[in-house]
Design a protein around this ligand. Structure first.
Ligand SMILES: Nc1nc2c(c(=O)[nH]1)N[C@H]1C(S)=C(S)[C@@H](COP(=O)(O)O)O[C@H]1N2
Ligand SMILES: [Mo]
Length: 259
């Protein structure tokens, strides 16, 4: 509990720093000592339940003014997937892209970008916090994931939403691994959780996850899967990757990365 409050205070500091007239992104940890990094890491030992209790299920992440947008949104992780199925779609401006929504749903979906864009949209200006210690503020536009889940009619047994991505990461050791992520249905249905196809008033750039990436505004950057090719609704995460719920989780990061 104490660690949680410390972390809140630390992030409050981040928010204050973010109002400084900086251009581009900043790295608040570069100038600070390892104590801060240690604080970030120990905060990760907090349980998911404790954070849920304190945050509540519909608490909104802070939204910013247009004047606070720092451009460009710093791309991170995969920024230019070379996987052939992805390149084929990109060559045709993603006109043949289909998002599949399957698993524990009564109505599996296959949605084009036009289908998603014809649904009600939400635009929000939020801060993206990477676990590496940098933040960016950008405007995101997309379809609330909750609306897509409503259309698919989620089974009552379901607990999680898994995002399967196009990009493979090769760390030269374990071999190429496809990025994937997962969140629970509370976060999936949170009003700020959107399948974003737009950024800063334009189409989502490839570097930031085109054609579709998720925004999960109350968690760290690695939860926000880019290059989404499929969504699977499920009651268990064991069948995906090494079973920890995400590419970075399989490498030791926390599954619930609340901020
Ligand atoms: N598919 C995919 N999604 C991803 C990543 C990735 O490498 N591949 N990196 C994650 C990390 S660590 C961060 S901080 C954000 C970066 O998003 P950005 O490129 O828009 O800044 O994407 C996240 N989602
Ligand atoms: Mo990140």
């Amino acid at each position: 509990m104490k660690t949680f409050l410390d972390r809140r205070r630390f992030l409050g500091g981040l928010a204050a720093a973010s109002t400084l007239p900086l251009s581009g992104c900043f790295d608040p940890l570069v100038a600070s000592d390892s104590e801060v990094r240690g604080l970030l890491e120990s905060a990760n030992t907090l349980t998911y339940k404790a954070q849920r209790l304190l945050l509540g299920s519909d608490h909104l992440a802070r939204e910013f003014d247009r004047s606070e947008i720092r451009q460009p949104m710093r791309p991170n992780g995969s920024t230019n997937p070379q996987d052939e199925p992805y390149l084929a779609l990109a060559r045709n401006s993603f006109q043949d892209y289909r998002l599949s929504v399957t698993g524990a749903v009564r109505t599996p979906l296959s949605l084009s970008l036009a289908d998603l864009q014809s649904m009600p949209a939400r635009t929000q200006i939020t801060r993206h916090d990477c676990v590496e210690g940098w933040s960016c503020i950008a405007e995101w536009t997309g379809t609330p994931l909750g609306l897509v889940l409503d259309r698919a009619k989620v089974a009552s047994s379901a607990r999680y939403v898994v995002f399967l991505c196009f990009d493979t990461l090769d760390n030269g050791f374990a071999g190429p691994i496809r990025y994937y992520e997962s969140i629970d249905l509370l976060d999936a249905r949170h009003p700020q959780t959107i399948l974003a196809y737009g950024m800063n008033g334009a189409a989502l750039p490839v570097a930031n996850g085109a054609p579709l990436r998720v925004r999960v505004e109350r968690q760290l950057g690695y939860k926000m899967a880019k290059y989404i090719r499929a969504i699977v609704v499920t009651d268990s995460l064991v069948a995906y990757g090494e079973g920890n719920g995400g590419f970075w989780e399989d490498r030791g990061y926390e599954w619930f990365a609340g901020i």
